[in-house]
Design a protein around this ligand. Structure first.
Ligand code: DC
Length: 231
């Protein structure tokens, strides 16, 4: 094994490729730790909502961040020792979180904390599984395995459509969701901060297209890549 690599699996990829689901299943499968980085941004957004903090005031957001701590335990998320797992799914949180996640100083502090949490788990002998755009570039650039998880746009749009109720949801059509997915991909590839990588294999990622794979098969594909990387 190369010494300078850390026992982390970084998962990146476009919207609705199943990164979160696969990271959680994979952490269970490898008896590792799922570092759900998005939850930490969601916690900060929740805290801003509950304290009525104006998120355009960077100092107020940073001050709130300095007063909170996170704990992740499987699928449970704790904010200052309180289980906030369900609260984090609220629409108001989902809507506010991109605003707090866009603040550079918030990102710097989050990356620091994510590295600390991850390293503690690695010191305990656990594999850290994390998904998100900055995992392979900023949090664990020396991750032993970097996965680029993707699927054809139509497949990803279908997953999102089904999650939103599919034909039972009269307010959306599959074509709307496909249009949104393509637009989101375009923005993700073109954005200035942490854009989606265009040639993942050239950038050291193992590419997994799960268009025709089940969740279990996708997990197995990552486990097999992991096993060949730790040899
Ligand atoms: O994965 P999620 O939807 O729970 O992420 C919540 C938000 O946090 C979303 O707006 C993306 C952002 N995020 C981020 O900026 N950096 C990360 N490493 C993880 C999530």
């Amino acid at each position: 094994m190369t010494k300078d690599l850390v026992n982390a699996i970084a998962i990146d990829g476009p919207v609705a490729a199943g990164k979160g689901t696969i990271a959680a299943l994979l952490a269970k499968r490898l008896k590792g730790f799922h570092l759900y980085t998005g939850a930490m941004y969601r916690c900060l957004a929740l805290c801003c909502l509950e304290r009525d903090i104006d998120v355009t005031k960077v100092d107020s957001v940073l001050s709130a961040l300095s007063e909170i701590w996170f704990d992740l335990d499987g699928d449970i998320v704790y904010l200052n020792d309180q289980d906030v797992t369900e609260k984090l799914k609220q629409r108001s949180v989902t809507q506010l979180v991109p605003k707090v996640a866009a603040i550079g100083k918030v990102r710097e502090e989050m990356v620091k904390r994510q590295q600390e949490i991850g390293r503690k788990k690695m010191d305990m002998g656990k594999v850290v599984v994390a998904e998100g755009r900055d995992v392979a570039t900023k949090i664990f650039p020396d991750a032993r395995l970097k996965i680029f998880l993707t699927a054809r746009p139509e497949v990803r749009a279908k997953r999102r459509y089904e999650q939103m109720g599919g034909k039972n949801n009269a307010t959306i059509t599959f074509e709307d969701i496909l249009g949104d997915t393509n637009e989101r991909d375009r923005r993700d590839y073109e954005r200035k901060v942490d854009p989606l990588v265009k040639n993942p294999e050239k950038m050291g990622y193992t590419l997994i297209d799960n268009s025709d794979l089940t969740e279990d098969e996708t997990v197995e594909a990552v486990v097999s890549a992991w096993n060949s990387h730790i040899k």
